[in-house]
Ligand binder design. Sequence first.
Ligand SMILES: NC(=O)c1ccc[n+]([C@@H]2O[C@H](COP(=O)([O-])OP(=O)(O)OC[C@H]3O[C@@H](n4cnc5c(N)ncnc54)[C@H](OP(=O)(O)O)[C@@H]3O)[C@@H](O)[C@H]2O)c1
Length: 312
Amino acid sequence: MIQQKLDPLFHCIKMAISVVLVTGSEGQLGCALQATFNAPSLLAPLFCSKSMLDITDLNQIESYIQAHRVQYIINCAAYTHVALAEQAADSCFKVNGMAAGHLAALAAKYDIVLFHISTDYVFGSVAEGPFKPNDPTHPLNAYGRSKRAGEQLIAGQATHFYIIRTAWLYGETGHNFFTKMVALAQKGGTIQMVDDQIGSPTYVYDLAKAIWEMMAKIAKNNRSDYPSGIYHYTNEGVASWYDFAYAILTALPNTCTLMPVSSPLGGLKRPSYSVLSKASFREVFQIKIPHWKYSLSICLKNIKPNRLLLKR
Ligand SMILES: NC(=O)c1ccc[n+]([C@@H]2O[C@H](COP(=O)([O-])OP(=O)(O)OC[C@H]3O[C@@H](n4cnc5c(N)ncnc54)[C@H](OP(=O)(O)O)[C@@H]3O)[C@@H](O)[C@H]2O)c1
C-alpha cells in the first residue's frame, strides 16, 4: 500500500533529476567538481575519467549520452601540457578543438546544456584593461590556438552552451603552481620567478562551486535568463607569478630566497597580461567571486603544516 503511494512520488523525483556528465573527471577541475558536489540535489553527476570515456571517440560519447539520458555536460577533459603541445599540435587540437566540436554537435542533437572550460591563453598581447568575453583573441601558442578552436566549434554548433574561460588554476593537490611552490619551500634555496606575466590565480574549488551554482540556477529558473555564450571566471584581483609565489612562501616555514626575473627570451610564448573581466558573469549569474588572496589563505589552511616541517 505504502509502496503504491510512493511509486508516483519516486517517478516524479526521477523525472525532475537531471543527469550531468562530467568528462575528464580525474583532472584537477574534475576532482574539484567531485569534491564540491552537494547531494542531495536535483542534479545527478556521472564522473567519467579518460579511461572510462574518451571524448575524441564520438560513437562512445553518443552511446553514453543515449544510455544515461544526459542533460548536462561539463567538459573538463583537455590536453593541458602547454609546452608539449608545441610538438604535438595535432594531438592537442584533437582533444581541445575537434572533440569539443563533437560534444557541441551531440549537445545540439540531444538538447543538452554544454559547459566547456577554456582559458586565458586565447589572449596574448598587453591590453588596456581586463579582457571582456567578446574581445578579439590572439593566442600565442599551440595550446591557446587549440582552445580557441574549441570555443569556435562550440559556439558554431551548440544551441545552449556556457564556455567558461578561467586561468591559473591551483589547489592543495595535483600538479599546479601552488603544489610546486610548496615542494620548493621544503627544498630551500633560491627561487627565480617571473614578474612580467600578469593574471589572476584561481582556486580550483571556487571555480567548481561556481559551475555547480550556475547549473543549479539554470536548472531551477528560466533558461533564457542565462544566455549562452562565453563567460569569464577567475578569482578577483591581479598578480604576477612573482606576487603569487611571494604570497605562498611568506605563509610557509622556509628558508628560500625569492628573486623576480623577466620571462626568458625565445622560450614558449605565454600571455604577458591575461586578466579576465568577470562583469558579465557577475551580472548574469549573481555569484560572488572571492579575492585570490582570500582563497589562497583557505588553501594554505588546508595543507598540513606538519607535512612541511617533516622534510626540513
Ligand atoms: N590548469 C590551469 O591552470 C587552467 C587554466 C585555464 C584553463 N584551464 C582549462 O580548465 C580545464 C580543466 O583543466 P585541469 O587543470 O583540470 O586539467 P587537467 O588536470 O590536465 O585535467 C584534464 C583531464 O582531461 C583528461 N583527458 C585528456 N584527454 C582526454 C580525452 N581524450 N578524453 C577524456 N579525458 C581526457 C586528462 O587525462 P590524462 O591526464 O590521463 O591525460 C585529465 O584527467 C581544461 O579545459 C583546461 O584547458 C586550465
